[in-house]
Design a protein around this ligand. Structure first.
Ligand SMILES: Nc1ncnc2c1ncn2[C@@H]1O[C@H](COP(=O)(O)OP(=O)(O)OP(=O)(O)O)[C@@H](O)[C@H]1O
Ligand SMILES: [Mg+2]
Length: 267
């Protein structure tokens, strides 16, 4: 184990989130069946599995978009039957999307500013007039956003409409927007999908930097196994809505059920 990995392992804390016995069905389709796993503070927790395994559904349960028929979610000492999307965001869980959800005609800077909306205190009228406390508040938000822009090395594109950027950079802007919420937990749904090798390497580095520098807990869905094995502390494996594996990358790699369902199959 390298010194850096040792450092990271030493930073992992207690349980921050736990999913217990979650089942979710859409009509006759069982998207999730009795799935349980936990997430520890500061770890990088991957969710892997074949197409349709229920990975995105799991993130949608965690952020309150889907309400499971069974099971509970424990977060910050409270137990929920289902989460409320607004409460989730305010309480420090942010996400990026499998298909990008940015405003293509708006600049990089303005897209990232939308991540601050939840934290805006002054009312819309004062904000529009840019007077008094609203002006001071806007300056504070801009400072946070500028720090994130520097951190993710997108200074050169601050004023560029997002739709004109290459795909890999658009994904980075989506990460920046989520980070602007200053989340405790960041849910990333295939942040490297569709990227070339160089873009993937950059994204890996940024995810680990966010984890190291801000202490953000990361829950990550990813199909590229070399990425998963490289950057995650623990991995959950789903197949047809069921959990078939859970452990360190090495444990999961050696799990016969996981090899049969996923790792042994080319994808
Ligand atoms: N809103 C929905 N309405 C109906 N069925 C849905 C809905 N969302 C997901 N499903 C179904 O639930 C199952 C799990 O889908 P999900 O998107 O969670 O899989 P996934 O593991 O993220 O797959 P992929 O790797 O292709 O992104 C699939 O059969 C899917 O068709
Ligand atoms: Mg998905």
């Amino acid at each position: 184990m390298s010194a850096m990995e040792n450092d990271r392992a030493g930073r992992i804390g207690g349980q921050i989130l736990a999913v217990e016995g979650v089942s979710l069905a859409f009509g006759g389709v069982k998207a999730l069946s009795d799935v349980s796993f936990d997430v520890r503070e500061h770890e990088v927790r991957a969710i892997i599995g074949p197409n349709g395994a229920g990975k995105s559904s799991m993130l949608n349960v965690i952020n309150g978009v889907y309400h499971p028929q069974k099971g509970t979610i424990r977060y910050q000492g409270r137990e929920y039957h289902h989460m409320d999307p607004h409460e989730v965001a305010v309480s420090g869980i942010a996400r990026t999307f499998q298909s990008l959800a940015l405003f293509k005609g708006m600049s990089v800077l303005d897209n990232i500013m939308t991540g601050r909306n939840l934290r805006m205190r002054s009312n819309i009228l004062l904000q529009a007039l840019r007077i008094g406390p609203a002006l001071r508040e806007e300056n504070e938000h801009r400072e946070v956003v500028e720090r994130i822009i520097d951190f993710l090395e997108i200074q050169a594109y601050r004023k560029t409409p997002v739709g004109r950027l290459p795909y890999g950079l658009q994904k980075r802007v989506d990460l920046a927007r989520a980070l602007a919420m200053e989340p405790k937990i960041l849910l990333l749904d295939e942040p490297m999908a569709g990227m070339n090798i160089e873009e993937k390497q950059d994204m890996c580095r940024f995810i680990l930097d966010v984890n190291d520098e801000f202490g953000t807990t990361i829950v990550l869905i990813e199909h590229d196994m070399s990425v998963v094995m490289d950057i995650s502390d623990r991995v959950v494996v789903l197949d047809y809505g069921r959990k078939i594996g859970d452990g360190t990358p090495d444990e999961v790699r050696g799990n016969q059920a996981v090899i049969d369902a996923y790792l042994g199959v080319s994808h």
